[in-house]
Ligand binder design. Structure first.
Ligand code: ZN
Length: 298
């Protein structure tokens, strides 16, 4: 294996998923409307995030947390506790709204609005971390080339959202020239370009006939540890790659059932997934891990 890898964690709660908030088919238009109308318990994030921080300490990993910026307001002290443990904060949107339509890939907000919201999220996170926030991951991995140009314009140095997947492309590009290794994207697109002050860190994938993403999150929950591990090992042979999961993936709580268009979405999580993450980190214990903010060129 030639590459190093970066461990990344997406910090969001159950109501940030597109069937509940922030997508064309959501129950609530956005997180603001959710907080106006929802009367029940909302915090299913704090408890598993503490577990994730302990797990990262156990494996001596400095990770990048892609944080939905509105968590700073709704979970006092939580994002601060991530900074205190030395991890990098990066941006996962202001409130996890989709920027492109999941089906048509058409823009759901103007460039101006995207830049304004993302800059606000960046500032919220910079206030907490005391450091420049330079990384971004698109909510739901729905990413368009125009977004990367905007991110560069408002001061980001990298994005990590592009995922090769033979069954379902979540981007607005064909990704013909992309693999799992970091690259400079062309302007207004996601294909590989030439030297630029902005890097894309695509996700790992396992390739046989098809290319199957082999990160954490839903893949880790549904397809298990060996596919993810084999995809990571294959991707490490190509070069640097990333690994990701959510604190929600290891939560043992039962989430509220509203927005349950996908009733099986959360049925596999908790201890089982925590075991899978441990297994993968253990198997890759000897591989160099690099926090994305320290990657050459960032
Ligand atoms: Zn997310």
């Amino acid at each position: 294996m030639n590459g190093s890898f970066s461990v990344t964690v997406d910090l969001e709660d159950w109501y940030h998923i597109p069937s509940v908030c922030g997508s064309p088919y959501a129950i609530y238009r956005d997180v603001n409307e959710f907080f106006e109308k929802w009367g029940g318990k909302y915090d299913f994030l704090t408890e598993p995030t503490k577990k994730v921080l302990d797990l990262l300490d156990e494996f001596n990993v400095t990770a990048t947390f892609f944080v939905v910026a509105d968590t700073v307001e709704h979970y006092p002290g939580l994002v601060e506790s991530i900074v205190e443990r030395g991890h990098e904060l990066a941006c996962h949107g202001l409130s996890h709204a989709c920027k492109i339509d999941p089906e048509t890939k058409k823009q759901l907000m103007s460039k101006d609005e995207f830049e304004k919201r993302t800059l606000l999220a960046k500032k919220i996170l910079e206030k907490i971390s005391g450091e420049k926030i330079v990384g971004y991951r698109a909510p739901n991995a729905l990413v368009g080339g125009w977004m990367l140009d905007s991110l560069e314009r408002v001061g980001f140095k990298y994005d990590s959202s592009v995922s090769l997947n033979s069954l379902y492309n979540k981007t607005d590009s064909a990704l013909r020239t992309v693999s799992s290794i970091p690259y400079y994207p062309v302007e207004n697109g996601l294909e590989t370009g030439i030297d630029r002050n902005f890097i894309e860190f695509p996700w790992p994938y396992y390739q046989n006939v098809l290319k199957i993403p082999s990160c954490g999150g839903p893949i880790l929950r549904f397809l298990g540890a060996s596919l993810v591990l084999n995809g990571l090992i294959q991707s490490l042979k190509r070069g640097h790659t990333i690994f990701y999961f959510h604190p929600l993936d290891i939560s043992c709580a039962k989430f509220p059932s509203i927005g349950n268009q996908r009733p099986f979405y959360w049925c596999l999580k908790g201890k089982l997934v925590e075991k899978r993450i441990r297994y993968i980190l253990k198997k890759l214990e000897d591989i160099d891990k690099i926090c994305l903010r320290d990657y050459p060129g960032v």
